[in-house]
Design a binder for this molecule. Structure first.
Ligand code: ATP
Length: 230
């Protein structure tokens, strides 16, 4: 059940539009090797989210190719892609169930011990232990009784458990306290170890640590390189 993909990703001259009127991605080509972290930066509406959503086959592209481990995703099942790609978005859906079950959602067969190990790796264990019932604390609908930073730590724990070979992270833009911020940064680094990661990056530290940075504007990659090069 665990993803066996290496996580080599290639986009070749991808063109994409949501509607006939407007082309959103224009001739996007990129390559990510196994284990690399790619930071995607660019103004709002430039196409960053669209680019990563295409990896999940949420939409059909107009032309071009998207390959994972050399295979066109047209020939891959959505269910295999879902297992291979873990997503940590700005707003992760949390259920009105216990913290434990919310983390377990990453892999339903995980034992309680595995859930706790994942939470430790994601740096979430400390705040969870401080909740009234620890791992058994029941969340209100969509985690309303947690801060945004804490919700993101749970999303990271869920992603650790998923053991996916490809990671997509959309860094939160809203401010969190410095301690949670540090916990999230460390969790992200742990999580990205050995995986191919695309990070829609808002923090300079993330951009600095990336193997490559793609600057996107109006649906095109206008610059690429490392932090030193750009
Ligand atoms: P942000 O930083 O604000 O999240 P982004 O760079 O991720 O922006 P996208 O969300 O990829 O940008 O949006 C790119 C363009 O596609 C925008 O013009 C947006 O209005 C349009 N768009 C996004 N989703 C849809 C959709 N489902 N249907 C039609 N147009 C869409």
């Amino acid at each position: 059940e665990v993803s066996r993909l290496n996580g080599e990703i290639m986009l070749r001259q991808v063109n994409f539009s949501y509607t006939k009127e407007q082309r959103i991605l224009k001739n996007v080509s990129l390559k990510a090797h196994k284990g690399q972290t790619i930071a995607i930066v660019g103004p709002t509406g430039s196409g960053k989210t669209t680019m990563i959503n295409l990896l999940n086959k949420f939409y059909d592209i107009d032309s071009g190719e998207i390959l994972i481990d050399g295979e066109n995703i047209d020939n891959m099942k959505r269910s295999s892609l879902r297992r291979a790609i873990a997503m940590v978005l700005q707003d992760t859906y949390l259920f009105s169930e216990s913290v434990r079950e919310n983390i377990r959602y990453g892999r339903l067969t995980a034992t309680d011990i595995e859930v706790e190990q994942a939470a430790r790796l994601a740096n979430a264990h400390r705040f969870i232990k401080q909740l009234p019932q620890g791992y058994d604390t029941v969340l209100t609908d969509n985690g309303g009784n947690l801060s945004q930073g804490q919700r993101q730590l749970l999303a990271l724990a869920r992603a650790v458990l998923a053991q996916a070979s490809i990671l997509i992270l959309d860094e939160a833009t809203s401010s969190v306290d410095t301690r949670t911020e540090a916990a999230i940064q460390k969790a992200m680094l742990n999580l990205m170890q050995g995986k191919t990661a695309f990070v829609i990056a808002h923090r300079l530290s993330t951009i600095r640590n990336a193997d490559a940075i793609l600057a996107v504007k109006d649906g095109q990659i206008i610059e690429r390189g490392t932090h030193q090069e750009l």
